[in-house]
Design a protein around this ligand. Structure first.
Ligand SMILES: C[S@@+](CC[C@H](N)C(=O)[O-])C[C@H]1O[C@@H](n2cnc3c(N)ncnc32)[C@H](O)[C@@H]1O
Length: 219
């Protein structure tokens, strides 16, 4: 029943969503404000960004290096920077990075911005934290807006991510990924496992009947 309802309210076909998200919209959380372009993942409508921000607010980030892979609006990166982390924010979507560049200035935070398909343009570094809120609906994205939601019919995003993620995994660092109960978790787990990763839950939150879980990826 949940899955049926979910299909009905698929975020990209909901009329209300499309109407609201047809122009840049301001979004504020935890004292930070970003302007979200229509092509960029809107944290207004989803829970994952807020749950991750709440979770990292309890971490000691001062002086730590943190990569947000696929930063979207970048509010999470701004928040980490405001807590003293040395932040790198990357995205495949240039529009997301343009917006974040302006918002970093407005929020007086320093962030390194890198346009990159996964890790392709990210110089190798032992980040203390890597944070990922991935696209997880199994469908082929047709444009940048859809890349925020769809990981490819055959889970191409995850199949490309896990092998390269291995190179950024150290015994000391934390790689955190948030996934909803509505995503095809078994398939994602299987791809992770083929690449030597286990998904270990560290935090779960149920809001409006949907449980989202933050996993730490263990090699
Ligand atoms: C679910 S959104 C999360 C955005 C942001 N991290 C947040 O929590 O609000 C997924 C993000 O990943 C980006 N993305 C999708 N495929 C990517 C890829 N191959 N390389 C880098 N970023 C990608 C999308 O553009 C989008 O901004």
């Amino acid at each position: 029943m949940r899955r049926y309802l979910k299909r009905l309210i698929d975020p990209l076909i909901g009329y209300g969503f499309r109407a609201y998200h047809s122009k840049p919209r301001r979004y504020s959380y935890k004292g930070l404000t970003v302007m979200v372009h229509p092509e960029v993942f809107p944290p207004h409508f989803t829970l994952s960004t807020k749950i991750l921000m709440d979770y990292i607010s309890d971490l000691t980030l001062s002086g730590k290096s943190l990569l947000e892979l696929g930063c979207g609006s970048g509010i999470l990166s701004l928040f980490a920077a405001s807590k003293g982390a040395k932040v790198t924010a990357s995205d495949i979507n240039q529009e997301a990075l343009k917006g974040l560049e302006q918002d970093a200035e407005l929020n007086q935070q320093e962030i390194e911005l890198i346009e990159s398909n996964l890790f392709k343009n990210i110089p190798h570094s032992d980040f203390d934290y890597i944070i990922i809120n991935p696209p997880y609906y199994p469908k082929d994205p047709k444009n940048n807006q859809e890349k925020a939601w769809y990981c490819g019919q055959d889970f191409q995003y995850f199949k490309a991510l896990f092998p390269v993620l291995s190179k950024y995994c150290t015994p000391q660092n934390s790689i955190l990924m948030i996934l909803s109960q509505d995503c095809p978790l078994d398939s994602i787990r299987a791809i992770a496992s083929q690449n030597g990763f286990q998904l270990q839950p560290v935090h779960s939150k149920k809001i409006w009947g949907e449980t989202s879980t933050i996993y730490t990826l263990i090699k």
